[in-house]
Each structure stands twice: as structure tokens, then as C-alpha cells.
Write a protein that binds this ligand. Sequence first.
Ligand SMILES: [Zn+2]
Ligand SMILES: [Zn+2]
Length: 805
Amino acid sequence: MVQILAKRYNPKDIEKKWHEKWKKENLYRFNADSEKEIFSIDTPPPFTSGTLHMGHIYNHTWIDIVARYKRMRGYEVYFPQGFDCHGLPTELRVEREMNVKKEDRVLFINKCKEWTNIAIKRMKKQFEDIGYSADWSYTYKTMDDSYKKLIQETLIEFYKRGILYRGKHPVLWCPKCETALAKAEVGYIEREGNLYYIDLDSNGHKLTIATTRPEMMPACVAVFVHPEDKRYEKFVGRKAKLPIFNREVPILADENVDMKFGTGAVYLCTFGDEQDIEWQKKYRLPIIEIIDRKGNLTSEAGKYANLSIEDARRMIVEDLIEKGYVRKIKRIRHSVLSHTERSSCKTPIELLPLNQWFINVRDYIEDIIKTAKKMRWYPKYMLQRLIDWSNSMDWDWIISRQRVFGTPIPFWICECGNIISAEDFGLKLPVDPRGDIRTCPKCNGKAVGVKDVCDCWIDSSVTPLIISKWRVNDNFFKNTYPSSLRPQGYEIIRTWAFYTIYRCMILTGKKCFDELLINGMVAGPDGRKMSKSLGNVIEPEEPLKKYSADTIRQWAAGGSLGDDYPFSWEECDHSQRFLTKLWNISRFIEMHLKDFKEIKNNDKIEFRDIDLWIISKLQNLIENCTKNLDNYIFNVPLTDIRSFIWHDLADNYIEMVKHRLYKSEIYGEKSRYAVQYTLNYVLKTILLLLSPFTPHICDEIWNSIYDGYASISNWPEVKKGLMNKRIEKNGDLAIKVLSEIRRYKSENKIPLNNELRKVELIINTKLIREFKKFEEDIKATGRIKEMNIINSDNVDEFEIIISAM
Ligand SMILES: [Zn+2]
Ligand SMILES: [Zn+2]
């Protein structure tokens, strides 16, 4: 007995104390030289926004439960946590908040790093606040030189193998922010607009197209109709002349034309929308670059050159109307692709064909699928999502971004077209070729360093290689690659999972994970997607302040594999009440263990059937928890443990043994010892089972009563010999009888402690012999003065007749 548990459960003090203690004792450090089998986790590096949101708390609590469970199961758990640093939001913040201009590149990047380091500090604290047991000495940051070195090294390797190439491709471009954007940064916004019906001429026949973007006409390269559209049958294969511009374009038929939209005839401009890109590629049509990076029309627009998109639209429409080509203008509401991730922008996105760097993905689809199938996916159906996505890939991966704060692309391009890598120049990686000019080894001309940086998925899709020290420490790599587990959300299967599987496969020839654990998204308490406009965003600090880390962790454990999961205050309430209950039960047990000394040989203990009943139930609990946690199911075991503690232990067992604890002069010292032994065993076991879920309270109770730590103790083993279905059934019956007695008392407003004069129990003949083993406990617990047990063949189980006085 080391210390006495405080009277009140005070999570604030307890959790703070344990965070410090775990850190000071370095309890969860990874020992690379350990003899134990290694379990390595490729944790998702959050983007360094400066704060974790509830989605992170959800995902990372799962990960921490896994890490803690595996540690207790005897694995040497390798649990690093990294940070994904590069991204537009940081650039915008630095521009806005620190007032540094991008043009001053070196200073700008330094400020971005400065800001990111502050952000990481804050986020690390949030991780610690939920009891996250990562080994922080293995933390990586994607902005670190060592990280960038690996990225650049692998890009050069991809280039040498012909997988990385440079080419022209339309990218999502925000003309206001003047940058290319990832798909994740754009979204559709409903806007008011006009649909213009414009007459084209085809050999003297009128062909009317409908478009929302008449200003794109100078970039028109074809007109499309549906192959089954009878109205346009005769036009297909002919040419159409564009008004004003007097240029002819082919009329083609394609099944993707919506016959019901406008007139059923549309024009294709390079590039108005994503459909245009598909058609341009499919029909090998020319590309006309009509919009520049600032959102103005180019010289291709003739007299409309240098006008903004809006001005050009107005003027072209005016000219078309004047010449009688506009048949109708219809007011519509339509979805416009916009820069949605930046709330202050919302500018419509343009698709600009620009020189970009690509990674060939399309030729490796089959290999990617084959590799993904070698991994176990939890839940299983998520593998299909990856397969479906892979099969739908019709573009290569554009990896270049026109940004400043990112991993530079390690190449120089000469006027002669020659591409020279940092390695060809004999430079040490990482390099920043931006603004650097060298001599082309081929023509002695000017080779200019590439200005673009990498897409952030290029950074994050080698995390299994980074954490396993690939090419840095061979032995470490051998022990930690492939990662045992990749936990992540389903929304990034198409990106993070897909790219990681692909790149690691190319680089190592092997799969990068054994298993994937996929979680869903966190919704607001109202079940809808959390969003500022709906006012249903919950920040992690709110429940943390109101309750505790062990509470939030229970909420997080309540979600199920792959499914979306709402935040719930009720669940937090319930979880907090459970912790208080656990605390009070532990105090009760601690009180009764003061003079308890565990003996080795438990054959000598005089157990009653009620003791064996809870011991048997406990074995089932251990077995189910183990089985579920092995399959990354958290909600079922947590519910089972809580139900066991509330009902089996608190409501039933403890109530039914109190007389043996308090009145050893009547029931015997040996009987009291059996209860002590059972309570001690049950308490230890439930603290161990709960430890991955609620580590703070478990370590506090364990450390107070037993010394040491539950969180690094061994996971309890199922003792098959202690499982006894017969005793479980009989005990359940005894509890049923007792609850009838309790119900009687409460219905008749008799205090539970009051004595009942007489209870007559009529029991089925077959049950009576076993039932007698609980007789004394029922009598004492129910405070029954006189209890008669009568056997009968006419009752199913039992009937009960109670006389109060
Ligand atoms: Zn923008
Ligand atoms: Zn050259």
C-alpha cells in the first residue's frame, strides 16, 4: 500500500501529474535494440495550422489506444509523430500577420519556419494534453533539411527512371491569389449567372450553343452534341464557324453531353471546366491559352486582349448582341468552382495550361492495386475504395506548385530544353535551385533553377521511409519497415494512402504497411459536418476544459471503423460519470485491501460461487476485449468494460459480498479473504483493460494501490480454467432474485437497508441444488430475516413471495 486514493476524483490534477510523470520517466520511449517484436506506427502528420481539431483528437486517440494496447501485449512499440509543414495557409498567414512579402524569398521562408515551429509547439502540447504516448525523440518535420533531402533524392531517382517528367497540363489556378491549387483547396459555390444562347453557323445552318462563359469563345476548339440527339444528327462530323472570330471548329458527338442542358449543344474551350480537359485529351484537340495568371485575356483574344474576365465577357456579349448572334439570355443559378479553402477569396477558379512536373501513375495502377491487396484493411471494404480510385485515374500526378514555402524541385532547365538534376551538378542535397543559374553541360547555355516547389503529398507520401530511416540506418530500417500499421481517415485514401503505397513500392519494391486502420470524419453534435457557418464546430479545448482527457478519449473510442461519428456532450457526461464511479469503487476496494496479502496458492482460498461468478465473467471480458482490440474495434470493448464495472462489479458483486467484508465474525475470516482476493484480482484486471482507453485514471489508481504503472504492465491473460458457464448462469439467477427483492422494496418505499420479515422462494426443482449456494448471500444482501426455499416443477425458474413485516 503506497498511498491512499484521494476522496474526490480530480482529473485536472491527476492528468497534469501523469503527463509530467510519463515525460520525466520517459515511460513510452522506443528502444530500437529491444529483443521484443517491434510494432511500428506510421502516424498521420497533421498540417501545422497551430491547432488540432476534433478530427485529429478522434483519429489520434485511436492510434494512442492501439499503441498502448500493443505495448501491454509485449510489443516494442515504435510510435513517432511528425508534422506536415508546407502549405498555402502558412504562406497566407505569414503574408498577412507578419507582413512579409513572398518576393523576399529567403526572409519569407524563414518567417514561415518560425511560424511553423510555434504552431508545432502548440500542437504538441495538445497531443500531450490527451495523454498521447508517442516517442517525441523521433519527431520529423517535413520542412527539415533531412526530410527535404530524402524527397529530392527520390525525385531525382524517379526522374532517372523516367517516372518523373515535365509537361504542359491545365492546373486549378486562383487568379486573385496567383497560385495553383490542389483539388482539396477548391469547391463549388452556388452563384447567380447568365446562360447565353449563341448562334454558330454550319454550312448555312444555324447551330445554337448554350454557355455561361462567352468570353472563352476565342479558345473554342470544338462543339459537342450527344450522339443520340436527333436534333443534331446531321451536324456531327461537320464544322461550325464561330461568330466575330471567324474561325472553324469541328462538331463532335460525345456521350457526356447533357442533352437537357441549354440547347443540347455545347462548345469546348481550353479550358472552361474539367470536362473540357477530358475531351481535349480524348479527341486530341489543340490548346488555346486564353487566360493569363492574373486572370486577364491573352493576345489569343485579339481585340479583347488584356481585359479582365468580367470586362471581356461584357464586351464580347455586347458585340455578339449587336451583330445578332445572341438568341436568348437566361438567368440561372449554377455551381462555380471557387477558391473555397480561403474564406476571404472565393474567386472562381480558372484551368490554366502550364508547364508542370508530373509523376507517371497511370502505368503503375495494376502494381499499386496488387501491393494494396497485400495489406490488411480495417474495415475491409476500404480496400475497394482504393481499387476504385486507382482504376479511375486518367491523369498523371501533378506534383509542382507555384508556391514559396515548400520542398524545392531539385532541377535546372536550360534554354536548349536540357533538364539537369542537382546530382548531375554534383551538389549536396537538399538544394534550393530557385534563382540559381548554372552552365548547361550540354550546350554551355544558361540553365535556370526550377522555381516550383512540391505538392504537400510529395512530402507526406514517404513517411514510412522517413520513420524507418531508409538509407540512413539499415538495421533500423530492417526492423521498422514495412510499418505495422498505417492509421488514417478515409478521405485521404485517394491521396495519402494511394501515393504512399505507390512511391514506397517504386523505391523499395515492397509494400509499406502490413495493416491499415481507417477512421471516418467527426461531425458536429447535430450530426452535420462541422462548419463555421453552421455554428456547430467544437474545439478540443472545450470538452477538455469541461471534463478531462480520459473523458474525450472515451468519446473517441466510441466511434466505429470507417464510419463518420458525431461529437456528443451526452457521451462526455456519461464518460465522466463512469470515471467517478470507477474512482469510488477503487477507493472502496482499496479500503478493504488494507490488511490484504496476496498468497501464491489460490487452491487454499475458500471461494463462494458468487466470487467464481465474477471471476468467470471477467475471463469473458478479457477474451472479448483482446479479440476486439486485435481487430481495431474500440467501441465494443469499452462498452463491455464499462458495463462490467457498473453492473457486474458495482451493482451486483460488491453488494453481494459486503456482509462478508464487514462481518467476518459471522461469516468467517477465510470468507473475507476470498472476497479480498477476488476484488484485488478484478480491480487489477479492469485497470489493465481500461488503461489503453483511460490511462491517466488507471495509472493513478494503480500507482496508489499497487505501485508501478498499469500502462506498462502486461495485458491480462484469459485463464480458461476460471471460465465456468454453469456458475455464471446460477449467479445470474441469484442476481435476478435479488433484483426482485430490491424492486419490491423500492415499489413499497422500503429503504434498501431495512429488514424484510419473510421471503418465500419457489424454485424449479432442477435449479435448487445449485441455487442453495447463493442462499446465504441473497439473505444477507436482501436483509431477509427468514427465507424459505421450496422446490416445485410448476415454475420455470422461480417465484417469490415477500412479506415486509
Ligand atoms: Zn484565391
Ligand atoms: Zn543547354
